[in-house]
Design a protein around this ligand. Structure first.
Ligand code: ADE
Length: 253
């Protein structure tokens, strides 16, 4: 997988991603991350990349030319001869999630366009952007952090990036349920004990307990996920018990 990031802050992206697990995968050649400085594609003698908005208004707008030329430079590098998808990071996009990460992980190459100032000239977006993606309903100073989050999330889905231990079968969002709580040594920490079942060695009971903890957590913290979760009869009965106990507690008041 090749990631290209079109940005005004290439060092931020490279330094942020070339550490830890993603850095290790890059060293192994499983993936590559290249940050292209949009300013390098400015034809202006002062290397300007932004200008005042037509029609007036606050702030500056990133000009189309340098962005278009940076993308063309990526296309020239592309070994496949295809024009890779371009993800434009914007709060006006579709909110990123694990499903989107899975879908992007199927690509061989991806380009991320990081905007700054008040935005990017609409014409270049119409010409090159294929996906508009948001990190959430809040406004950041630029698209670099969202691009880094996406690259991190997509990379760990690429075969060989995580080792066996890291790619634990169960993790948050498995089956659309949140992960069950984890415990390690010591057995007692400041008078708090590890749940007995985990010390019992009874694997079927442990599996059931973990499943119920996942259901309970999802119901308490992210009930919206339950709508698309894969639930069997036992799960549904357990959730019904939770709902009832909650109603009973309410009516006690
Ligand atoms: N750029 C600024 N804010 C953003 C957000 N919330 N998501 C993606 N890109 C952004």
């Amino acid at each position: 997988m090749k990631f290209y990031v079109l940005t005004l802050f290439p060092e931020m992206v490279i330094q942020g991603l070339h550490t830890s697990i993603i850095g290790r995968a890059a060293e192994k050649g499983i993936l590559s991350i290249e940050a292209l400085n949009i300013r390098d594609y400015s034809t202006d003698k002062h290397k300007h990349v932004d200008d005042y908005p037509y029609g007036g208004g606050a702030g500056m707008v990133m000009q189309p030319g340098p962005i278009y030329d940076a993308y063309e430079a990526v296309c020239q590098k592309s070994e496949s001869g295809k024009r890779p998808r371009v993800v434009y990071l914007t709060p006006q996009g579709k909110v990123f999630n694990q499903e989107m990460a899975k879908e992007f992980a199927r690509e061989d190459e991806l380009v991320f366009l990081c905007g700054h100032y008040e935005g990017v000239d609409e014409r270049v977006l119409e010409m090159i952007a294929t996906d508009y993606v948001s990190m959430g309903d809040y406004v950041l100073t630029g698209g670099e952090l969202p691009a880094m989050v996406m690259i991190d999330c997509i990379s760990r889905l690429i075969p060989g990036v995580l080792n066996n231990e890291e790619s634990a079968e169960f993790e948050s969002f498995h089956d659309n349920l949140l992960e069950y709580p984890q415990y390690t040594r010591p057995e007692v920490f400041l008078d708090k004990r590890v749940p007995d079942v985990l010390l019992s060695g009874h694997h079927a009971n442990i599996d059931r307990w973990r499943r119920e903890q996942s259901l309970k957590r999802t119901w308490e913290r992210r009930p919206d996920l339950l709508e698309s979760a894969v639930l069997d009869k036992r799960d549904k009965i357990y959730l019904e018990t939770l709902r009832r106990s909650c109603k009973d507690a309410e009516s006690d008041f």
